[in-house]
Design a protein around this ligand. Structure first.
Ligand SMILES: Cc1cc2nc3c(=O)[nH]c(=O)nc-3n(C[C@H](O)[C@H](O)[C@H](O)COP(=O)(O)OP(=O)(O)OC[C@H]3O[C@@H](n4cnc5c(N)ncnc54)[C@H](O)[C@@H]3O)c2cc1C
Length: 420
């Protein structure tokens, strides 16, 4: 099909103002948060499942590549149209359709921003647990496709543990539902197949999510270490003791420095690493659990444990953590984030090897990651405009992921595989 004919046909489906095809528009859809780039032929912004179905059927009939897009924050090139074709941007399908507190579910369109739903349900005393650090901009369509994680997924599980139903438009335009508001569905676990399939099996148009009551008590601590190894050993020791905190996040000195230049979260710049340890649950027994955790930190040579004294201090600790990727832009203009996972007890050994890779390729590497899950995020900082440096980054990142795999881990904990 000729490009102009395709554009005209798409305009008939969604209305002329919702089809983008100028050079400027296409350039804006040629990148995401990865290092990859490629131009689509056309971008279309549907408002309903029916429109998505017609677009999919057209692409199927004409054999045109098609890609869904939420906010384009994926780090693996999942929204890069390497073969051109159509990008379906879900920004107009951004309604929270229902919050059903009695059934503890929420039904959303794929373009809803993760934090927008979380803010709405919190007003009613409920939470949607998965909290990717990008939650201020990421959409549920993207969260589902990547099976996103986040700090609180250590205790509560990643996105796939919180999806009850999906409406999906298959490649030929057929609309199907799998699951729904009820908790137990017979038959194959199709939700399990769809969540994390990175948009390869169809486009998601409605999502039923599980809600949980907000915990009555939350306590957040910052544990400060003089060596990364002591911090990493603390992580395994806490879990081995039978305590599962809501979060166990680690940040090294390089990342703390970058954060302090922008967010001023109060991280200690003379420390090698910090752990953000959050406990949640019932108020009864919380003090005892805090005492136990501090004791484990002490056994692992912690220098200091600071307990956030109020909500403002807690928010500041988290603002630093969640803004860390952006903050490393202070050090170098570009970064590549590796997403390997390793068995948690291997963290000290693998982190030491990551530092060696940085030295070998003469690249600054910072670490900020979901330590409790053994999910590393080495951030390799560089300048994308320097092709020789970029080449070294690609070699270093490949080597890091190989180290993770050799340690019994995987090449992606939560960011997906995409083009990487
Ligand atoms: C600063 C920063 C911090 C991050 N922190 C985390 C983190 O803590 N945890 C984590 O897991 N990830 C994190 N990410 C990665 C990213 O934000 C997540 O993968 C997020 O879920 C992507 O959402 P999105 O709306 O931007 O999706 P996009 O980037 O737009 O798309 C991601 C994938 O989903 C597909 N897709 C989008 N919408 C649909 C749809 N409706 N139907 C079918 N497929 C669709 C796309 O084709 C693509 O393959 C981070 C990224 C950044 C930049």
């Amino acid at each position: 099909m000729e490009k102009q004919a395709l554009i005209e046909r798409l305009k008939e489906i969604v209305g002329p103002e919702h089809v983008l095809s100028s050079d400027m528009d296409l350039a804006l859809y040629s990148y995401d948060a990865s290092l990859e780039k490629a131009m689509p032929d056309v971008v279309v912004l549907p408002a309903t499942t029916e429109e998505v179905s017609k677009i999919m059927a057209l692409a199927y009939k004409e054999k045109i590549p098609i890609l869904g897009r939420g906010s384009g924050t994926n780090l693996t090139g999942g929204t890069i149209p390497v073969k051109g074709g159509i990008i379906v941007h879900f920004s107009r399908m951004n309604r929270i359709l229902d919050i059903d507190i009695d059934n503890r579910t929420a039904t959303v369109e794929p373009g809803v921003i993760t934090l927008d739903l979380q803010t709405e349900v919190l007003k009613k005393g409920f939470v949607y647990q998965p909290d990717p650090a990008s939650q201020k901009v990421s959409t549920f369509g993207g969260n589902i496709a990547e099976n996103s994680g986040g700090p609180h997924c250590l205790k509560y599980g990643v996105t796939s543990n919180h999806v009850l139903g999906l409406e999906v438009v298959l490649n030929d335009g057929t609309v199907v539902w799998t699951g729904g508001e009820s908790r137990d569905n017979p038959g194959y676990d199709l939700i399990g197949i769809l969540v994390g399939s990175e948009g390869t099996l169809g486009l998601t148009t409605k999502i039923v999510l599980k809600l949980e009551r907000a915990p009555e008590a939350v306590k957040t601590m910052l544990a400060v270490y003089d060596t990364i190894e002591d911090g990493a050993n603390t992580v395994s020791a806490i879990i081995a003791e039978g305590i599962v905190p809501a979060t166990l996040e680690m940040m090294d000195n390089a990342v703390m420095r970058a954060v302090e230049e922008t967010i001023k979260a109060g991280y200690p710049l003379d420390a090698a690493a910090v752990l953000i340890i959050e406990l949640d649950g019932m108020p009864e027994g919380m003090d005892e659990k805090i005492r136990q955790v501090i004791e484990i930190c002490r056994r692992n040579n912690v220098r200091e444990v600071k307990l956030a004294k109020d909500e403002a201090e807690r928010n500041l600790l988290w603002a630093g953590r969640k803004g860390a990727f952006g903050a490393v832009g202070q050090v170098r203009p570009s970064y590549m984030c590796c997403d390997g996972t390793v068995p948690r007890t291997k963290l000290p050994e693998v982190l030491a090897k990551v530092i060696e890779v940085g030295k070998k390729y003469d690249l600054p590497i910072g670490n900020v990651f979901h330590a409790g899950d053994g999910n590393l995020h080495p951030l390799i900082m560089f300048d994308e405009r320097d092709p020789e440096e970029k080449e070294r980054v690609l070699k270093a990142s490949t080597e890091i992921l190989k180290i993770c795999a050799d340690a019994g881990g995987t090449i992606s904990g939560e960011h997906g595989v995409g083009l990487e």
